[in-house]
Design a protein around this ligand. Structure first.
Ligand code: WQD
Length: 340
């Protein structure tokens, strides 16, 4: 039995491959390396002692996707991470996002629909909620009009999967709506490797801490929140990776209550930007250089998860604290910059 992980050389994908291997699964990675490096395979191997099968395939090539499934008959589950995920880039280049995030999903589902039974985990995002009306956010919160083509591809992706599951009895799927993933594997063998200037808060903080960036710009401190800065639910990437293995096994063991389910994956705790900065300062012992600037267009005020459904039905709960996750991010950053 093999598990296909698309985008398995990426940040969350690579951590999920490690947890799958730790759980005894044989893993096949498809990645086009457009936003990742084959070197990540070495990191995975150094943690688990097992090198996953790797195929460099562009999932936009329909024939290559079909050929892959002809060559691998024993794929019993798919975890689909492969997608472009930069919010700002998606606004400038929407067709890149619709082709890469939607086209590839359709080709993947067409192949899975041919199988008698397939188990499919989809990488979704709390972005689908936009600015939710109530905190914490439950899975029944309404999906709002997407603020970006990226967010729209996650909403459309969920709808495409739901519609396909309705008419494809053998297809069983779970969409995991991630909140804000952060951190790195405790071994510091794999972690987040943003290309260019990081868009996300935590890598920008650690790059500032290590001297790669002069100072962090805090996008607004006039929000109606505890300290004026925006609030998010920062989930440790290893906790998030484990949620994927649990969700996959739920489907493989036939414990799902319908053939399309949705779960929020977060800690259930909201942290402000200033609280994340304070976490960095605690774990690093360094003062972070930052300034307050204007709000970033498209940002929501607050987003953190109601985790009851994932805790009670999925049987998953986050285990690591913000400081533990931040510590792992800091250790990783120093290692990557050879500063430790
Ligand atoms: C977090 C907070 C910023 C950078 C995005 C995607 C989401 C998911 C996670 C993929 C916000 C503030 C940030 C900086 C700052 N990605 N910030 N200075 O925007 O919540 O979510 O990444 O699934 O889909 O939308 O994450 O890390 O960019 O921002 O003040 O230099 O940090 O304003 O309040 P975000 P983020």
């Amino acid at each position: 039995m093999k598990i296909l992980v698309t985008g398995g050389l990426g940040f969350i994908g690579s951590h999920t491959v490690v947890e799958l291997q730790n759980d005894g699964f044989e893993v096949v990675i498809i990645d086009d390396c457009s936003n990742s490096s084959e070197k990540v395979l070495e990191g995975i191997t150094s943690i688990t002692g097992k090198t996953p099968i790797f195929e460099k395939i562009d999932l936009k090539e329909k024939d290559d996707v079909a050929d892959f499934f002809k060559r691998y008959h024993d794929i019993t589950g798919v975890i689909h991470f492969a997608a472009s995920k930069a919010v700002g880039e998606s606004v400038e280049n929407p067709l890149l996002y619709y082709e890469n995030n939607i086209g590839t999903l359709v080709y993947m589902l067409k192949e899975l629909s041919k199988k008698e039974r397939s188990n499919f985990i989809f990488s979704s995002s709390c972005t689908v909620y936009g600015q939710a009306d109530e905190m914490p956010i439950t899975e029944s919160a309404p999906v709002k009009v997407a603020e970006s083509p990226y967010g729209n591809t996650k909403q459309m992706g969920e709808e495409i999967i739901a519609d396909t599951c309705k008419v494809t009895q053998g297809l069983n799927a779970i969409a995991l709506r991630y909140f804000n993933p952060m951190g790195a594997h405790p071994s510091a063998e794999i972690g987040e490797l943003p290309l260019g200037v990081p868009q996300n808060l935590v890598p920008f903080i650690t790059q500032t801490g290590v001297g790669l960036r002069d100072e962090l710009s805090v996008y607004g401190n006039d929000y109606p929140t505890k300290d004026g800065t925006a609030v998010r639910d920062y989930i440790y990437v290893v906790d998030l990776a484990k949620a994927h293995v649990i969700a996959l096994k739920r489907l493989m063991e036939g414990k799902n209550q319908s053939n399309y389910e949705v779960f929020n994956v977060g800690t259930g705790t909201g942290s402000s930007v200033l609280e994340v900065i304070q976490s960095f300062e605690r774990v690093s012992g360094k003062k972070l250089n930052y300034k307050i600037v204007d709000r970033r267009p498209g940002d929501v005020i607050s987003a953190y998860a109601d985790t009851a459904k994932a805790n009670e039905e999925l049987g998953w709960k986050s285990e690591y604290t913000l400081d533990q996750a931040m510590k792992s991010a800091w250790v990783w950053e120093q290692k990557v910059r050879n500063k430790s």
